[in-house]
Design a protein around this ligand. Sequence first.
Ligand code: IPD
Length: 273
Amino acid sequence: MADEIDEYFDFALDLVKSAGNLIKEYVNGIKDFKVKSCDIDLVTEVDQKVEAALIEGLSKKFPSHKFIGEESVADGAKAGLTDEPTWIIDPVDGTLNFVHGYPNSCISLGLTINKESVVGIIYNPILDQLFTAKKGKGAFCNGRQIHVSQVKEMSKAIVSFEAGTSRDEERQVACLNNFKFLITKSQGVRTLGSAALNMAMVALGGSDAYFEFGIHAWDIAAGDILVREAGGVCIDPSGGEFDILSRRVLCASSIELAQELAKGLHQLYPERD
Ligand code: IPD
């Protein structure tokens, strides 16, 4: 199995790096975009091209593998997860940033086998940051091994979260309550505009926790294994077990910090993927 995972990883990494060139062409932003579920949920031609390039390359090399891609699902494909090797793709995570030329966008590619993330690649071609992880082999940033911080208490933690790409009122109320909780109890609050990069910062030890309600499997599949291989934890924001299709995530440098955060969060249960 380890040899197969190495083969999958090496092949996918080359594809991701080359697809990154499509993003690099627009370091100053991109004017043309379409709206999806609402006016702050955007898609560009680059999102579609990157996803198509990854699916084409991977499916030629590994014909039996399955795919869950953000833009394919937006076009009507089903986000069903089976035990088969499944590539979970966010071609541009942080599309709103990308449109504006705010340099926090990345390709996020995860591979699950038996529904568990075994490979994670998060690549921000604009800032040249490449985060990688393979099951049991550690987490890396640009080839250097990375570890989560030692932080175990909220009062010493930088915590990131996102308001997400929906203007749903219930979500706004949850966000405001959670923001109040964070500015009262944590040392600092961040919001990067990309779920995958928020998770990469936890893996790197730059921030200590990240949570979000309403994300999708493609936003977090790669980040899940990256954080765990860096020594951190990925759980449900209620304190229970992580479920990749639940549209809920909380990752942290330690289980103590994760549980302290979970206890104080205003919970939200969006419809599952
Ligand atoms: C979004 C980003 C954003 C998060 C949203 C995601 P997209 O992904 O990760 O930070 O708040 O929940 O949908 O749409 O840019 O791929």
